[in-house]
Design a protein around this ligand. Structure first.
Ligand SMILES: Nc1ncnc2c1ncn2[C@@H]1O[C@H](COP(=O)(O)OP(=O)(O)OP(=O)(O)O)[C@@H](O)[C@H]1O
Length: 637
């Protein structure tokens, strides 16, 4: 019988109670024999690891495993007894006993020189390992092959991930110890589950860039405490690179010395700026590999390696929008489980530096191409937030509090900036940024956009758009690539902005009174109010917009030029691009549909999240009902 149709069904004891346990088609279920109500369902896609043990907890022995022909690692001292939840045998991930030497974690200290690849201090040998050959050998698999040979094990211990709080979108690792008096049955279950685990397409070898400088400067401590034990548990090899300066991630990823194909993903531990360095570097690297002009690219190619973020920054907007929470354990779990989906990335071009498209690079030789400045995944803001980004860098020693300090200063200054924005809008009015449809798990809008884009980066038919010119004095102009919701601003710039629909939301805040600025700040920090409700805020959903502060000659209806709309002597602000300052002011911004693949699990829609649209509501039904009962009411920190 093939694996698909084979059903495993046995009685096991969990926490002194008899359970009927069955496994079929990737679904594991255990139900209390005395009460059919007590039933837990776990798909194999959520299982992190399966081990056998002589004790009801994994005690650190490695079952005579040989790694690369080396003798087995001596057993670690027994782990302390594990506090167990009587009903589910569940554990908090902090207390999971991690088997010693189950994976390698390499720490690569970095040099500060140019784009050179960091000196390798790893326990896996030379630098060549990071940059050179890979024979495709996965150390972790050895233990599956040889694991159970040498002993009589009565316990099967399963570590699995579960959504413990649908309201806060937090995931945790739980464990269950199944006891059977017959080692043969334990072995049968172990072999079957571990074989199915191997079939999951999970990352087994990652590079992790760690920024020790961002946020509260505790990324290394967070990694050691939360990430390392979980990666070990799931047998993921991690090559840690601790950055020593800004732009180092970009330089390493774009360096030809590193063979990206040797890795299953690139992950960073830091804030939005760290993540921006990672995907800017990865897209640039892909352009280099394909021989695309880096300055004036004809198009932006899609990298074929997924990326991820472990939040350890100040605002962590990207992590919050990807997972619905900035909870570090949730992000790590999603990276380990390995599911990924497309994330739009917007490109910023310098409107004043234009080159003709070269026919040999896919252009027709006529269409001018602006110079590519940077890519962003979160938000690009001019005016108030641009001023804060520029000013707050001086106060980085304050940590995240610097934003409040600079924000207060800029709030009192109440500066307005003249600008002209040309935004391309859908003629048919189909792109409504206030349509009430949030981007949740298996989002139909994003899926359709990818199909429309046909694998390319554009989900938009330019024939269906028309340019609309908006002029005036603005407190703030922002292009939101994602909703930008975070702890400081629960609804973000535009709560209905999608992660992968190939469009961005342009948010224009007119310059008005201090009183209105106060309303703006209160709305931005409100849990329920949205910026679109304010009369001095306009939101447009578009694929592309052009922003200018300089002198504009606006063509009149007869084709002649009329008086400049904006004086060239105007005071200018800076652009805040994913937290970093951009000095060029006249820009063109364009969204690229699902340019990068990001490790994440779709956010489960909750009824109070304001989700609209029938399709999204239908997804609520698929939320794991078993785990709803274990909701922590927000106390699961
Ligand atoms: N070792 C380092 N020393 C100095 N700067 C660094 C170092 N490593 C990275 N950086 C830079 O630090 C900057 C800030 O990092 P990051 O954005 O991750 O933190 P943050 O600004 O506190 O968080 P957020 O962007 O979420 O608000 C990034 O632009 C990155 O280039």
């Amino acid at each position: 019988m093939d694996k698909e149709h084979e059903v495993l069904l046995n009685a096991f004891v969990i926490a002194k109670k008899r359970y009927r346990v069955f496994y079929n088609a990737g679904i594991l279920v255990w139900e209390d024999e005395s009460s059919k109500q007590a039933k837990i369902t776990v798909p194999i896609t959520d299982v992190l690891s399966v081990v056998v043990s002589k004790l009801p907890h994994a005690n650190g022995t490695r079952w005579g495993v040989k790694r690369n022909g080396k003798p087995p690692t001596p057993p670690s001292p027994p782990a302390p007894p594990i506090a167990r939840n009587a009903a589910h045998g569940s554990l908090d991930s902090d207390r999971i006993p991690v088997l010693s030497s189950s994976t390698t974690t390499n720490t690569l200290a970095t040099t500060g020189n140019g784009s050179s690849i960091p000196h390798n201090h790893s326990n896996r040998g030379s630098l060549n390992e990071l940059s050179g050959s890979n024979d495709g050998h996965r150390e972790g698999n050895d233990f599956f092959d040889e694991g159970i040979q040498s002993g009589c094990f009565n316990y099967l211990i399963i570590h699995y991930a579960a959504l413990v709080c649908p309201k806060t979108h937090r995931w945790r690792v739980k464990s269950v110890a199944l006891h059977n008096s017959e080692p043969r049955i334990v072995e049968l279950w172990y072999n079957r589950l571990s074989s199915d685990l191997r079939d999951q397409n999970r990352p087994k070898n990652l590079i992790l860039f760690l920024n020790p400088y961002g946020g509260k400067k505790n990324a290394l401590a967070l990694y050691e405490r939360f990430a390392k034990p979980l990666f070990r548990l799931a047998e993921v090899d991690i090559n840690v690179i601790i950055t020593q300066r800004a732009q180092q991630i970009y330089d390493i990823v774009t360096s030809k010395g590193i063979v990206l194909e040797n890795y299953d993903g690139l992950v960073c531990c830091g804030g939005d700026g760290t993540f921006a360095e990672l995907f800017n570097g990865l897209v640039t690297r892909t352009m280099m590999d394909l021989g695309i002009d880096l300055q004036h690219p004809a198009y932006l190619p899609k990298p074929n390696i997924p990326i991820g973020i472990i939040p350890a920054g100040s605002t962590d907007t990207v992590a919050c929008c990807l997972n619905g929470t900035t909870d570090i354990k949730t992000s790590i779990i999603h990276i380990i489980l390995g599911q990924h989906s497309g994330l739009d990335v917007s490109a910023v071009y310098d409107a004043s530096v234009v080159a003709s498209r070269r026919p040999d690079r896919g252009g027709d030789g006529e269409e001018p191409r602006p110079k590519l400045l940077k890519l962003f995944a979160s938000a690009l803001s001019y005016g108030y937030l641009g001023d804060i980004a520029y000013d707050s860098e001086k106060y980085r020693w304050m940590g995240p509090k610097r934003y409040e300090y600079s924000g207060f200063k800029k709030f009192l200054a109440n500066r307005g900036y003249n600008a002209e924005i040309v935004v391309h809008l859908d003629r048919r009015g189909k792109q409504d940024p206030n349509d009430g449809v949030r981007c949740v798990d298996k989002c139909n809008r994003c899926r359709k956009a990818l199909i429309d884009a046909g694998g390319g980066a554009s989900s938009y038919d330019e024939a269906d758009t028309e340019p609309v010119v908006v002029r005036g004095k603005f407190l703030m102009v922002s292009g939101a690539n994602i909703s930008c919701s975070c702890e400081r601003s629960p609804q973000g710039f535009s709560p209905f902005c999608h992660l992968g629909d190939g469009l961005l939301d342009l948010v224009l805040v007119r310059h008005t009174s201090m009183f209105n600025n106060l309303r703006l700040l209160l709305t931005m920090s409100s849990k329920s109010k949205k910026l679109s409700e304010l009369p001095f805020v306009e939101i447009y959903r578009t694929k592309e917009f052009r922003f200018t502060t300089g002198q504009q000659h606006v063509p009149d209806a007869n084709g002649g030029e009329v008086t400049p709309a904006i004086s060239s002597s105007e005071r200018r602000s800076k652009w805040n691009c994913d937290g970093e300052v951009l000095l060029e002011t006249n820009i063109v911004v364009e969204s690229n549909c699902q340019l990068v693949q990001v490790f994440r699990r779709g956010i489960q829609s909750t009824t109070n999240s304001g989700s609209g649209g029938m399709e999204q509501r239908a997804n609520d039904v698929s939320a794991a009902p078993d785990h709803k009962a274990s909701c922590c009411f927000g106390l699961c920190k």
